[in-house]
Write a protein that binds this ligand. Sequence first.
Ligand code: AMP
Ligand code: MG
Length: 279
Amino acid sequence: MDYTRKYRVEPGSKLRLDRIDPGDTDGKSDKQQARAEIVQANQRLRELQYLLYAENRHALLICLQAMDAGGKDGTIRHVLGHMNPQGCRVQPFKAPTEEEAAHDFLWRVHKVTPRRGEVVIFNRSHYEDVLVVRVHELVRKKVWSKRYAAINAFEKQLADSGVRILKFFLHISKEEQLERFGKRLEDASKHWKISESDYSERAFWDDYQRAYEDALEKCSTRHAPWFVIPADHKWYRNLVISRIVQETLESLDMKLPPARVDIDAIRCKYHALAHGDGG
Ligand code: AMP
Ligand code: MG
């Protein structure tokens, strides 16, 4: 199946999140049924990241956004778990420091974008500046409303310099969020994850959904598409993201670089060492 086409927010289209089912599994009944596809997708992801790193021509930037308990941490574990840590990085975005806040909102973002050959996952991103900032009016509307255009120009510039950009909104239902809050309470090893704001932010659920709809509509572009990922089922969320990353990397038509030495000559030297002077 073409996961990219199915879950991409088409540039210029209207988006209604309440019309997209967070529990969608594309007819697959459970993880067991999707097992072969999951194994195959992960294997291919590993090979493609090796190519990206070896070829050192393109870069990949993945932005992850979600409501609290939406599954960002699990997604990162899953996607990067199948890649070589050499060549991958996770970049979290917290509330801006004093120094960051004293600059334009993209200042802290640009310098942590991936270099050639690298995969970087943003755990939250510059989109917080049109999400939490908008919902809580941390700056005036006159200021945040200009940021969509700034983001599009910024992402275009990255894309033009060889960075492939994929942006995933992990779409969970309000019921699923409550369920996950409950599970966190029951599991002492997850207590450290609980914050007061998880609960206070839930009261702004609808405002966040509107802010997400606007951001995804205005900033899903050909060079930096947004995807709405059904995320109530973790295994399906992981499968869809693996597949979209895979489809994107396949489209780069990457090749291993040629050897930098004359392999036949080197082989002669090797044999002389191995059989001649005893090493
Ligand atoms: P967490 O990802 O759970 O560690 O939380 C990070 C917190 O930083 C969240 O509450 C975000 O809303 C907040 N945050 C991230 N970026 C910004 C930003 N640009 N402005 C204000 N708050 C932000
Ligand atoms: Mg959190």
